[in-house]
Design a protein around this ligand. Structure first.
Ligand SMILES: [Zn+2]
Length: 191
């Protein structure tokens, strides 16, 4: 059989960045935050997956979302860890339950080569979320020797965020939360 190479129109840099460790970690934080909200909808989660590079169509049921929510709550513990030792302990516990061996896949040439820890390319969404997230968070701990991020210090928020490369450790998930808390602290100090 003649081998016909799939022709990609995506520029090489964009192609390889699509499933980079950082891009995967950004997808993980977005999904953890969306799934741990009150009553996440299948439509909302499917839209988020598409936004983060998943190929259409994304079939998502209420049951899938409920299962993914459990995975998201487990992953939240990695972000809540106070230091690298704590994050590693949580990740080791989650990795001990990984359903598959480490392997590389390109989904038949549809994506750049990237590692998977789930049982197969057709694994259920919750298994995929837990495995792919553990994998990228593990690499971040390995690379920086600190937790991959944190939980927003605003009690009214509780979103998780990724840490910066270096510099001052962040406390809030967004500029919005930082500003709101700074204003509230200022009001308290003047009261
Ligand atoms: Zn926040």
């Amino acid at each position: 059989m003649r081998y016909i190479r799939r022709v990609s129109t995506t520029p090489p840099a964009e192609w390889s960045a699509r499933l980079s460790v950082r891009a995967t970690a950004r997808r993980t934080t977005a999904l953890v935050n969306a799934l741990t909200q009150q009553d996440p909808s299948p439509e909302g989660i499917a839209a988020l997956l598409l936004e983060h590079g998943e190929r259409a169509p994304v079939a998502m049921s209420a049951r899938d979302v409920a299962d993914m929510r459990a995975a998201a709550l487990a992953l939240r513990d990695v972000f809540a860890a106070p230091d690298a030792d704590g994050a590693a302990a949580v990740l080791n516990r989650l990795l001990a339950g990984a359903p598959g061996r480490l392997r590389l896949t390109s989904h038949g040439g549809d994506s750049p080569w990237h590692p998977h820890l789930d049982s197969s390319d057709d694994a259920p969404w919750d298994e995929w979320l837990l495995a792919s997230s553990c994998l990228c968070l593990t690499v971040l701990v390995w690379d920086a020797q600190r937790p991959p991020g944190g939980v927003c210090a605003s009690v009214s928020c509780g979103n998780v965020y990724l840490g910066h490369g270096s510099g001052v450790p962040r406390r809030y998930c967004s500029r919005r939360c930082a500003t709101r808390e700074r204003v509230a602290a200022h009001r308290r100090s003047r009261a």
